[in-house]
Design a protein around this ligand. Structure first.
Ligand code: 13P
Length: 278
């Protein structure tokens, strides 16, 4: 099928009451693992990369790798820029062929956040969907923490969505980036945000949240849940275990293949947790 517009993933999921996982890749093994899980489950999905994780590859290699692999998958998959922090990030991802972008200007005051989100949207061709963020999500994405960690204020939501014209809204409702086993979504706050938002919501920090909460997110008009840390830990753990088991291990391909399998298992489990009815 090949890469599709982010709009197609959003439309497929919202029309069927599904939640798209949005899985962060960094390299070939992670991409292969994610793609296999998408094939196994058949659920529309985003594959994404943040600028902090593209420092080795650049966006072009990520695009080539993802586009080549999903060409043989008969499920809608969009390639998304995660946490674009500047208009240059957005330009670079669009130049590489990404089909969905996030402008994360949540560290800026409200009006500047709106302004930057509008400018990012104006750079995008009509088929590229746009995610903006209101409220600062806690925890760390790679080495980057939020400049401000603040819950999304429901009273600002309608105005923000209306003025930015964003297609998806990332919210801070108790979700945190990284490995935080005690993280929990404040469902009252999520409900208040949902009621104020005319567009579907995005939950970042999908790795540490309780499974029963993740399985209920479709009821809050959440269309996209980001997962990164779980995949990264699966890959690093596989290599660590291989070395511990045999410090003379030299079969890079065998260990790489085990890492792909470990990532597929994590992604497939997540997709099924997000979509318990499917
Ligand atoms: P986790 O690393 O907690 O899964 O969060 C990923 C994320 O939200 C990427 O934007």
């Amino acid at each position: 099928m090949g890469l599709v517009s982010g709009y197609e993933v959003i439309a497929e999921c919202t029309s069927k009451g599904m939640v798209a996982g949005s899985f962060n890749t960094t390299n070939l093994e992670t991409t292969m693992g994610i793609a296999q899980a998408i094939e196994n489950t058949g659920v529309p999905t985003f594959i994404q990369v943040a600028p902090t994780n593209a420092v080795l590859s650049g966006f072009e290699y990520i695009y080539d790798m993802v586009a080549r692999r999903v060409a043989s998958i008969d499920v809608p998959v969009a390639l998304h820029l995660d946490h674009g922090r500047s208009l240059d990030d957005v330009r670079a991802a669009l130049g590489a062929g990404f089909t969905s972008i996030m402008m994360d200007a949540s560290a800026y005051p409200f009006e500047e956040n709106i302004d930057l989100s509008i400018q990012a949207a104006q750079l995008c061709p009509a088929e590229v969907s746009v995610e903006a963020e209101l409220g600062g999500i806690g925890g760390k994405e790679d080495d980057h923490g939020p400049e401000r960690e603040t819950a999304t204020d429901p009273s600002q939501v309608a105005d923000f969505v209306d003025k930015t014209g964003c297609d998806m809204l990332a919210v801070s409702v108790g979700n945190v980036h990284g490995f935080h086993p005690d993280a929990r979504i404040d469902t009252d706050l999520l409900r208040a945000v949902q009621e104020a938002s005319s567009v579907p919501l995005v939950i970042h920090g999908g790795s540490g949240l309780p499974h029963e909460q993740l399985g209920a997110l479709a009821e809050y008009n959440v269309v996209k849940v980001n997962v990164a840390t779980d995949l990264r830990m699966a890959m690093i753990r596989t290599f660590g275990e291989a070395y511990t088991a045999n410090p003379n291990e030299y079969s890079l391909i065998r260990v790489s293949q085990s890492a792909v399998t470990a990532i597929t298992e994590v992604v497939e489990e997540r997709i099924r947790i997000f979509n318990p009815k499917f």
